[in-house]
Design a binder for this molecule. Structure first.
Ligand code: GLN
Length: 469
């Protein structure tokens, strides 16, 4: 039986083409691993019944000589992506039993590329969180240490790959939800430039930040998936093409480190030490490492926690008990809404709806939402100017390694700080990738590379050199 722990997308594709094993055998290995290991980890919310049929279809195509990039590769998707005929809940009770009426664009692209879509993975409710503890369907555990969180909100996708249950997964990243769990679970996680991957069929958290991206074991695999997923889409008017951001600089291995930011309070010593080692490695690979200053980057988290809830409160208004999922009856329609939403949304979702409604209310709109939008502009401009001089920005991905289950659930602010390094890329729309950078005892850490708009190529080039794959 194929050994998933030893395979990447690339090597599995070669083996499938050579018929070393079949897509059915590979999918069986995946299903077997899920059956054996997932009861402890709980990465999956559902394994699709037709997985083996999809694999047989892939085998037929391989025999016919087809060679599409993901043909026969077992992949899992985060539970906020619509796949026709399959349930989708965004980790929320309010969508319990809801069946997707159509394929989201990324799902269509995965299918066209021949992927075997195995199932949907656990997540924080509506992608709100950094630990996957906000799911209405139970917590997911970190495969490296079952007493710890896998990160979030795409914790199920990160854990499923890290435990070698599949060969790649998809997540979504609004403030770090791909890159932070990737770091906690020791895998690669990519958030593309805003607009490079269609959001059609993605259940929205904050539409101006949300972006779908891959979890993979190697940077090369991330590139393969990115090439499949990216592209303009008439169903998402915010999508852009390769030509949207003309490249301003030739990649010349210049990396900037915002030193003050990296050394700020609350960053674990183990993280700082691991980061310094990574910086040295880049130097030994011939990179020029520069100290840079980004004076407004420290306001990213505060800006995010105004704009994100504002958009979330608006996006979640559609869940009224009439159109989708859960319905609770009261004495009139207003009471129906109160009952449905009160019961259907978890605590974090309710907190953000209240926060978002507050910052958008008349009298506070300018003070909060208006100011946050101005800060977003400033941060974006600051990055833009910086990327005229350097190719990449390097920071740790997270301020700490994976924390204990329950450690931060009582204190939302301490949870929010888990995204301090990842959020700036969402504010400015930049592509950003987390790459494994070693372990502290049993726990993985990651470094974060961020590039200028549309410059995923820089992330792949430097990432491959750093990881050697
Ligand atoms: N952890 C952040 C939040 O709670 C980011 C979530 C995300 O990227 N979806 O909002």
């Amino acid at each position: 039986m194929p050994d998933l722990a030893k395979l990447s997308i690339k090597s599995a594709r070669t083996a499938l083409q050579k018929k070393t094993f079949s897509a059915r055998e590979l999918t069986r290995a995946s299903l077997e691993a899920i059956r054996e290991k997932d009861p402890d980890i709980h990465a999956f919310l559902e394994v699709f019944e037709d997985a083996l049929e999809q694999a047989d279809e892939a085998d037929r195509k391989i025999t016919e000589g087809e060679g599409s990039p993901l043909l026969g590769i077992p992949i899992a998707i985060k539970d906020n992506m619509l796949m026709a005929g399959k349930r989708v809940t965004a980790g929320s009770k309010i969508l319990e039993g809801f069946v997707a009426p159509y394929d989201g664009t990324v799902i269509k692209k995965l299918k066209d590329a021949g992927a075997v879509i195995l199932g949907r993975t656990n997540m924080d409710e509506f992608a709100m969180g950094s630990s996957t503890e906000n799911s209405a369907y139970g917590v997911t555990k970190n495969p490296h240490d079952l007493s710890r969180v896998p990160g979030g909100s795409s914790g199920g996708s990160a854990a499923a790959l890290s435990a070698n249950l599949v060969l790649a997964t998809l997540g979504s990243d609004t403030g770090g939800s791909i890159r932070q769990p990737a770091a906690f679970c020791g895998v690669v996680g990519l958030k593309p430039t805003y607009g490079r991957v269609s959001r059609s069929g993605l259940i929205a958290l904050a539409s101006s930040f949300d972006q779908i991206g891959p979890f993979t074991k190697t940077v090369g695999d991330a590139e393969i998936l990115y090439e499949v997923l990216e592209g303009r889409d008439p169903l998402d008017s915010t999508t852009i093409s390769r030509e949207t951001y003309p490249s301003r600089r030739k990649f010349s291995k210049v990396v900037g480190v915002p030193k003050v930011f990296v050394e700020s309070e609350g960053i674990d010593d183990s993280v700082k030490h691991n980061f310094r080692t990574a910086v040295e490695k880049f130097k030994s690979l011939g990179y020029e490492v520069k100290d840079i200053e980004l004076p407004h980057i420290k306001y990213s988290l505060a800006t995010y926690y105004i704009i994100m809830p504002a958009e979330a409160s608006s996006n979640l208004a559609r869940f009224d008990g009439v159109k989708y999922g859960l319905h609770r009856s009261g004495s009139d329609v207003i009471e129906d809404y109160f009952k449905t939403r009160g019961e259907g949304f978890g605590k974090e979702a309710r907190r953000r709806i209240i926060l978002g409604t507050y910052v958008l209310s008349s009298g506070y709109y300018d003070e909060y939402y208006g100011s946050a939008l101005k800060m977003k502009k400033l941060i974006t401009r600051e990055f833009d100017e910086m990327f005229g001089e350097i190719d990449l920005i390097l920071t740790p991905t997270t301020p700490t390694p994976a924390f204990k289950l329950g450690e931060k659930t009582a204190d939302p602010l301490s949870m929010y700080v888990a995204d301090i390094f990842t959020v700036p890329a969402n504010i400015a729309g930049l592509p950003s990738i987390s790459i494994p950078s070693g372990m502290v005892q049993t726990l993985p850490l990651g470094i974060l590379l961020t590039a200028g708009l549309g410059r995923e190529d820089n992330l792949f080039a430097a990432g491959k050199e750093f990881l050697g794959a």
